[in-house]
Write a protein that binds this ligand. Structure first.
Ligand code: TYD
Ligand code: MG
Length: 452
């Protein structure tokens, strides 16, 4: 057998290359490429023929195993309606964002509902986890606690105890003696997660794995193992903000893009059952540059405020600063406003922001973004009781988006009385609000700002 060529892996995104580089070509991270030991080709001298794997039919008489609910509604929804037995779930997020807090609370809730839960911490001593539990008022919950980083010992413990759910905090602390690399390296993290996922499938234990998002190339981030697990959740939020969003980016057992909203309080994470009200509650008095977007996050409508600021630039290349939205999308919308509507933003700095720390990825936000930009540029406020949604095509036309009715219903529930939306949107006869259905951006600009 020829000697395998060395492979290099990006510790941030997991991309593999054949040569080392200072910057990853896939994700653009600096100094994140490390050499990785080649995967073994299996034991030497093994017989070339494998054994026959027993096959079965798709049809079965057995009912699917029931999902376990934690009782934390926001958490269960993001999982797709509860925890699927034998599934592997990865929870990623920045250090200090609240992953351990969330999972300790979830562990306690599952345990109170009768599931056998083991929480293994590789980062904190058992006493520290107990202290946190005390602060959160969870000491009564029958959760079994362990502080360990040796994966072999963890697997033996899990095999003896056979819990319904095992939480491993975090994958970057685990080490497997058969892998010659430091804990946290790509090969250790991959091998450990592979072992845990295999264990989950064989023994029917659900595992939740915590992974820190890292900027440091020495430690592998959760993205290098995303493909191995059933469900990938990211816990996001701004450090200064108290809101935290748990977002499903991959889910074999439920809708992706589902979000759960939490608030970090002195007594741990509290659920936010009506995020629209929360995101809009901090709204300032009606001012120019603000537009309310009626969006859909996963299966639920969520209203958010899009804020824009436009100011004369002193720079040769004006600033384009975006928080919570795609920067490329902003460029597209600015280009459409310039070429199709005749409103240029040349020589102007543009700042765009989604209030409350939410990240919006729907193209349906286009119209609200354009409205906020125009409103800021013209210094004309958008009526405070209006929501907007619709995709902008490159021709300047407005395209209908999905779930028009749900968006309108949520807006009506929160006291909005009018909506700007694309013509030919599908909705019932009585939407309960005044609808301004517009064919294109020029019509919208004419109606809202009296200019074209
Ligand atoms: P933690 O769960 O340790 O984060 P992670 O596991 O993602 O690294 O959360 C730590 C932060 O949460 C810390 O800054 C303090 C804050 N916190 C509260 O505000 N209230 C609480 O009740 C707890 C337990 C933590
Ligand atoms: Mg932690």
């Amino acid at each position: 057998m020829s000697k395998a060529a060395p492979t290099f892996t990006c510790t941030a995104c997991g991309a593999a290359t054949h040569k080392w580089a200072g910057r990853c070509e896939s994700c653009g991270a600096w100094n994140s490429i490390v050499e990785e030991a080649p995967l073994s080709a299996g034991p030497k001298g093994a017989t070339p023929r494998g054994r026959v794997v027993p096959l079965s039919d798709l049809a079965t008489e057995e009912a699917p195993p029931p999902r376990a609910a934690s009782g934390i509604a926001e958490f269960d929804r993001v999982l797709g309606g509860g925890l699927v037995p034998a599934s592997a779930i990865l929870v990623g997020g920045d250090p200090g964002i609240g992953k351990s807090t969330l999972l300790l609370q979830a562990a306690a809730s599952f345990a109170r509902n009768g599931l056998k839960v083991i929480y293994i911490s590789g980062e904190e001593a058992a006493a520290q986890v107990r202290m946190r539990a005390q602060r959160l008022g969870l000491t009564e919950a029958p959760v079994k606690l362990g502080a360990e980083t040796a994966l072999r010992d963890i697997l033996t413990t899990l095999d003896t105890e056979r819990p319904g759910l095992a939480i491993i905090d975090s994958i970057q602390t685990l080490w497997l003696d058969s892998v010659e690399a430091a804990p946290g390296s790509v090969s250790q993290v991959r091998a450990s997660v592979h072992e845990l996922v295999t264990f989950a499938k064989r023994r029917g234990t659900a595992v939740i794995l915590v992974g820190h998002v890292t900027k440091d190339g020495q430690i592998a981030g959760p993205r290098v193992v995303e493909h191995m697990v059933d469900t990938v959740l990211y816990f996001e939020g701004e450090r200064g903000h108290q809101f935290r969003i748990l977002r499903a980016v991959k889910n074999r057992f439920g809708p992706a893009d589902e979000i759960g909203v939490f608030e970090m309080t002195g007594a741990g994470l509290a659920e936010v059952l009506n995020p629209s009200a929360l995101f809009l509650s901090a709204r300032d008095a009606p001012a120019s540059g603000s537009a309310v977007f009626a969006g859909i996050e996963g299966t639920r409508p969520v209203l958010t405020e899009i804020q824009a600021l436009v100011a004369p630039s002193t720079l040769g290349t004006p600033r384009r600063t975006v928080v919570g939205l795609d920067a490329g999308r902003l460029s597209t919308i600015l280009a459409v406003l310039d070429s199709r509507v005749g409103i240029p933003f040349t020589g102007l700095d543009v700042f765009l922001n989604v209030a409350g720390g939410l990240r919006v990825s729907e193209p349906a936000a286009d119209l609200a973004v354009a409205a906020a930009l125009l409103s800021a540029r013209e210094d004309v406020a958008i009526p405070p009781d209006m929501v907007l949604f619709g995709e902008i095509s490159l021709s300047g036309a407005l395209r209908p988006v999905s779930q028009t009715e749900n968006r309108l219903k949520e807006a009506a529930k929160l006291g909005f009385t009018q909506a700007a939306l694309p013509a030919r949107s599908k909705h019932g006869a009585d939407a309960g609000m005044r609808l301004r259905e517009l064919a294109d951006l020029t019509a919208f600009t004419g109606e809202m700002f009296g200019a074209g």
